[in-house]
Design a protein around this ligand. Structure first.
Ligand SMILES: [Zn+2]
Length: 395
């Protein structure tokens, strides 16, 4: 068009600038004179025109327009850039809260629209770019910046969490646990060890601070969680769990120090004794209940008495120091069986010089293993006899 107009063609750069300046000035004067309503109408008309133009343009044209704008911005002089940004800043500083909200809303809508039609490649490129920028930004931030950022994030998070519904919460937790599972499935041995160590440290710090009430609540929750998990596990999961526990135990036993070992055995013997005592109490209670007696309370009181307990412990100790040895000829096994010195036979068999020896298998004196049916009788009978002779002693 310019080529067709001989007057404009002759115009020098200075003349052109003067003409445009004059035009701008006129427009500015007109704008200063306009009322707020006129201003709104003008901007609305302009925006509509722009939007219509943009709607009509093909994706290629949109791309070209964006590219052009980017080129313009990268090529512009420092001065011009500063002027443009200053203009933008002053406009932003002057805008009312309503207009700001409207502008941000408009931006959000446009952004949503852009994201909805974005291709897969563009999306991944954009995200990649954002990640790089973010990394650079994080690498350059100062300690104060970091603290401020984390503070801001935590406030935002709290706000979001306070607003979320039950469904949103469930969805969020599910999503988080999927992410976590994926991450754990892909982690290396080193990363896993580091993660577990970190978690343990956090846990220890937390536990060091907790009150006894918090502790009780935590233990109760853990217990319920475990019970639930055990109740719902499949046979395969159970097998895996038991195998893992077994391996863990073996590893722990292989690596324990002598002190840890003696502490463990001590604990076990205390636990065993307690367990045996409880079992005995149950039997006594059952028996007395059967006989309609109130005596079990007395038994319990006696068992809890400190002096009685000490004597019982001493008795236990002495009983467990007695060794049961088995003679390989007569198969007799009894506490304190006298064995011939440096021999695996008892003194009686040792002195028996007959062939075959009197109490030997060769002489058909070994009845063999006790049948299962009799084994049960044996235990019950033993128990009853034992209980009658030692009413305060646990097995
Ligand atoms: Zn013997």
């Amino acid at each position: 068009m310019e080529l067709d107009n001989p007057n404009l063609k002759k115009e020098s750069a200075n003349e052109k600038r003067a003409r445009l300046d004059k035009k701008n000035q006129r427009a500015q004067e007109l704008r200063r004179a306009e009322t707020e309503q006129e201003r709104q109408a003008r901007l609305k008309k302009r925006n509509e025109k722009d939007r219509a133009k943009r709607k009509a343009e093909s994706p290629l044209e949109t791309e070209q327009r964006r590219k052009n704008r980017k080129i313009d911005e990268t090529n512009e002089s420092e001065v011009h850039k500063e002027v443009r940004l200053e203009h933008k800043r002053s406009k932003l500083a002057q805008e009312s809260l309503d207009r700001r909200a409207a502008r941000l809303n408009e931006m959000r809508i446009q952004q949503k629209h852009r994201l909805a039609v974005e291709s897969q490649e563009n999306r991944s490129a954009r995200l990649q770019n954002m990640r790089i920028l973010q990394k650079e930004h994080l690498a350059n931030e100062t300690g104060d910046d970091r603290a401020a950022r984390l503070e801001r994030l935590s406030v935002l998070k709290d706000e979001r969490l306070a607003k979320e519904t039950q469904e949103e919460k469930a969805a969020r937790l599910k999503y988080q646990s999927t992410l976590q599972e994926e991450k754990i499935a892909n982690e290396t041995v080193h990363k896993r060890a580091a993660r577990l160590k970190h978690q343990n440290n956090l846990q220890e710090k937390k536990m060091a601070k907790e009150t006894s009430d918090e502790r009780a609540v935590r233990l109760k929750r853990q217990c319920a969680y475990k019970e639930n998990a055990l109740a719902n596990e499949t046979p395969d999961e159970r097998a895996v769990r038991l195998k893992r526990q077994c391996a863990y135990k073996e590893n722990a036993l292989a690596n324990e120090t002598p002190e840890q070992k003696s502490a463990r055995l001590q604990n076990m013997s205390v636990y065993k004794r307690q367990f045996a005592q409880d079992a005995l109490l149950k039997v006594i209670n059952a028996e007395h209940l059967h006989n309609n007696e109130t005596a079990p309370l007395i038994h319990q009181a006696i068992l809890k008495d400190k002096v009685v307990k000490e004597k019982m412990d001493k008795f236990h100790h002495e009983m467990s120091s007695i060794e049961s040895t088995i003679c390989i000829v007569c198969s007799e096994k009894f506490p304190d069986t006298k064995m011939a010195s440096l021999s695996t036979t008892c003194i009686r068999c040792y002195r028996d010089k007959a062939n075959p020896k009197l109490y030997s298998s060769e002489n058909n004196m070994n009845p063999g293993a006790v049948p299962n049916e009799l084994q049960v009788c044996d235990i019950n009978l033993n128990f009853l006899l034992y209980y009658r002779t030692n009413p305060l002693k646990s097995l």
